[in-house]
Design a protein around this ligand. Structure first.
Ligand SMILES: Cc1cc2nc3c(=O)[nH]c(=O)nc-3n(C[C@H](O)[C@H](O)[C@H](O)COP(=O)(O)OP(=O)(O)OC[C@H]3O[C@@H](n4cnc5c(N)ncnc54)[C@H](O)[C@@H]3O)c2cc1C
Length: 271
């Protein structure tokens, strides 16, 4: 997976279970030394090309996480890619709906082993802590790209005989974009350092994800304003940043859920 030869997917969400992950309905029933999986998962990024899927399903003990090994391709013994989801942005990777019909997974593929039966959500939620730092880093990347495009363009584009970077209205935008970007980067480094040190980072990862993703969205929007009409065309990269940024306020826990996680963590620390 690290070399990119094998793709992985992470499959928690369903049509009626996004923020409310506990509502998931996909079932995995024990049958001898296998589990039989039935259900439909939604929003599976990498789902079609992935060789390995970390799948959350309901077993008699509760929610359990399985490692599903599938051949690359549209269907494999009871697994079908039932729909390709057309998206606003983030088009470098496919996002699909996957249907499991009597697909058998060896009992040995329970993630973490039998003692983790019914504790899959706990495993998944703790992995989301790292996932949120990942999203924060992506947010910083989009915010930086938008800022750099804007500051270069502002010095090239002339109106009223001067570069637009001479107008104070544009300077204020650039100052705000760079300030937000710096803050987002520091929050992300801080959360990553805590995770590297093996410390709990629920609050810090949530803050980094929340702030960096909002920064990506704001910087993409401001970069579009600074580019004027050209920012709206596909000749410049701004419209792509503008389309890619919103996913980061939704994925890996929406920013509303992020605020709940941050507040819960703060209340526990200050109780
Ligand atoms: C492009 C894309 C790729 C994705 N890839 C994956 C993937 O690979 N694997 C995977 O498992 N999932 C994936 N997802 C799913 C993603 O994690 C969910 O879309 C996300 O968790 C939100 O769930 P939902 O869409 O059901 O929205 P809902 O949960 O229905 O939320 C709708 C709105 O209500 C708000 N809301 C919900 N509950 C509360 C609450 N308690 N308090 C306050 N506000 C609340 C939300 O913040 C949001 O604003 C992907 C989504 C997208 C768009």
């Amino acid at each position: 997976m690290a070399t990119g030869e094998v793709r992985g997917a992470f499959s928690l969400s369903e049509a009626d279970a996004g923020s409310d992950a506990k509502a998931l309905r996909c079932r995995a029933m024990p049958d001898g030394d296998t589990y039989v999986i039935d259900g439909t998962k939604m929003w599976v990024t990498n789902g079609e090309r992935a060789a390995i899927v970390a799948l959350a399903a309901r077993t008699p003990e509760g929610i359990t996480c399985f490692i599903v090994e599938k051949d690359p391709g549209p269907a494999f013994e009871g697994i079908a890619v039932s729909r390709h989801i057309e998206k606003l942005g983030y088009r470098g990777l496919e996002t699909v709906e996957m249907t499991y019909t009597g697909h058998r997974v060896p009992a040995a593929n329970v993630l973490g082993g039998p003692e983790w039966l019914g504790r899959g959500l706990h495993a998944i939620l703790s992995s989301l802590e790292v996932g949120r730092v990942n999203i924060a880093a992506r947010g910083v990347g989009v915010a930086r790209a938008a800022f750099e495009a804007a500051i270069h363009y502002a010095q090239e584009r002339q109106t009223f005989g001067v570069p637009i970077s001479s107008h104070q209205a544009i300077q204020f935008k650039l100052a705000d974009m760079a300030t937000r970007l710096e803050a987002a980067r520091l929050l992300t480094h801080n959360a990553a350092k805590r995770i590297d040190a093996g410390e709990r980072a629920d609050v810090e990862a949530g803050m980094a994800k929340l702030f960096a993703s909002e920064t990506a969205l704001e910087n993409a929007t401001e970069a579009m304003r600074i580019h004027g009409g050209y920012g709206y065309t596909t000749e410049f990269p701004i419209e792509r940043y503008y389309r890619d940024a919103p996913l980061m306020i939704i994925g890996e826990g929406t920013n509303e859920i992020q605020r709940i996680v941050i507040a819960r963590g703060l209340l526990a620390r200050y109780s």
